[in-house]
Design a protein around this ligand. Structure first.
Ligand SMILES: C[S@@+](CC[C@H](N)C(=O)[O-])C[C@H]1O[C@@H](n2cnc3c(N)ncnc32)[C@H](O)[C@@H]1O
Ligand code: SF4
Length: 418
């Protein structure tokens, strides 16, 4: 991943970034992301901003909820001060990690209550938490549902014990159906994440995982191609030759198999890596990212996007907590935990819109592509000839990826941008 600028002309350490012209946000929805950066153990492939108990440098899991409450109060003041009031109620909230369910359900409930009282929630707001399949039970999930959560997303990854072991997951295959059944029983919408391409995983093992996921009938399934992130234990194991590198052709076969089995079971793709049983069970929160809406990311390392600005918080929970410590003189004064920001000019905004919307099933309007690319007609004809975008939908003015196009989504987007 490209390194991010630490600061720019729009940014002063300790102060809130400037969001720019409120008119930009007038027709955007508002969303909240809450990052809980804790895991019991780190999986070998994962480079998310997460810490085990021995890596907390004096900060604590127990203290995070109250620090998050300070950032929530800080966000309200800043949004009001910078003309982004009246605040729009949040259309979705997403607790991600790390593992949010490392915290007691009462902590998640406290944070959620604070968000609700501060911003208000739309009547049909989607409120999700991620969870590890082996660290929740029915009492925990029931407490979340009572607190207002509507949805839970489990990191299933695979149904094959051997593959879970290669990924260094802490759970066993049997944990997932038990957790999913509990989520359904308490009335939570539900989703599972799968990963394909663990070193040594065969096509048959991937089929087993897909069939196991389908058999549980979750509302939503995400299937991610394993990314070998630099600096992870997995990357070192591959570099030392202890594990084989994922094979690109086999990865493509696995994606095709996923789409075949999921479609046959009634799941429709709505983003390259995401399938849902109905339009109603698509992830509102993820669609908000892909449609460049406004969101405030609370917590260590969280990224935010409001108005013309994107910014990101200090990554380590101890640094994050320090920034949000109240001033001795005035307990209501706290510093912004942001450590960098960037202004998104209109050209960048346009490019990002094309990049993100090309990956969703609703697709892009051809008229929008023509604004960015004077060669659009020629490029689109070629993409149709190569069967990478849907010919019939293109005639109706939309660019929507075909199955082959989804496999080459990055190439298609580069061509469209010119
Ligand atoms: C924050 S985790 C989900 C919640 C929980 N921590 C868990 O793992 O069960 C988010 C998801 O990102 C995906 N993920 C993480 N690292 C990945 C990688 N290197 N390549 C592909 N997917 C990855 C996994 O599918 C994981 O479920
Ligand atoms: S995949 Fe989930 S459980 Fe594993 S280290 Fe990453 S955030 Fe933690």
């Amino acid at each position: 991943m490209a390194s991010l600028p630490i600061s720019d002309s729009n940014f002063t350490l300790g102060q809130a970034p400037l969001f720019g012209d409120p008119a930009i946000s007038a027709d955007r929805t508002f969303h909240a992301y809450v990052h809980i950066p804790f895991c019991r153990v780190r999986c070998g492939y994962c480079d998310f901003n997460t810490y085990t108990a021995t890596e907390l440098r004096g900060s604590s899991q127990a203290g995070l909820a109250s620090v998050l409450q300070r950032e929530i109060a800080f966000a309200k003041t800043e949004l009001e001060t910078q003309g982004f009031a009246p605040l729009r109620p949040a259309t979705s909230v997403f607790f991600g990690g790390g593992t949010p369910t490392q915290l007691p359900a009462s902590d998640l409930a406290t944070i959620l209550r604070d968000l609700r009282t501060t911003f208000g929630f739309a009547s049909d707001a989607e409120i999700t938490t991620e969870a590890n399949p082996d660290n929740v039970d029915i009492e925990y999930l029931s407490a979340l549902q009572k607190a207002g959560f509507t949805r839970v997303s489990f990191g299933m990854q695979s149904a094959v014990a051997e593959v879970l072991a290669t990924l260094e997951r802490s759970h066993q295959p049997a944990n997932v159906p038990a957790a999913l059944a509990a989520a359904k029983k308490v009335g939570l919408q539900n989703s599972v994440d799968l990963i394909y391409g663990a070193p040594g995983e065969t096509l048959q093992q991937w089929r087993t995982s897909l069939e196991a996921a389908i058999e549980m009938q979750p509302d939503h399934i995400s299937a991610y191609s394993l990314i070998v992130e630099p600096g992870t234990k997995l990357a070192r194991q591959i570099a030392r030759g202890e594990l084989p590198e994922p094979d690109e052709d086999l990865q493509a076969d696995k994606y095709e198999l996923a789409d075949e089995l999921l479609s046959a079971a009634g799941y429709q793709w709505y983003e390259v890596s995401n399938w849902s049983r109905s339009v109603e069970t698509r992830s509102v929160h993820n669609l908000a990212y892909w449609r460049s809406q406004d969101w405030w990311g609370f917590g260590p390392g969280a990224h935010s996007h409001i108005g013309e600005t994107r910014w990101w918080n200090a990554k380590h929970p101890a640094t994050y907590q320090k920034a949000l410590s109240a001033s001795d003189l005035d307990q209501t004064l706290v510093n912004s935990p942001a450590v960098g920001s960037e202004r998104i000019d209109s050209k960048t905004r346009w490019i990002e819109k094309l990049l993100l919307e090309a990956r969703i099933a609703d697709g892009l309007s051809i008229a929008d592509v023509k604004v960015a690319n004077s060669e659009a007609n020629r490029v689109i004809s070629q993409l149709i000839a190569d069967k990478l975008i849907d010919a019939a939908l293109a005639l109706r003015g939309r660019i929507v990826l075909t199955l082959q196009g989804r496999l080459l989504a990055d190439y298609v987007v580069r061509e469209l941008l010119g």
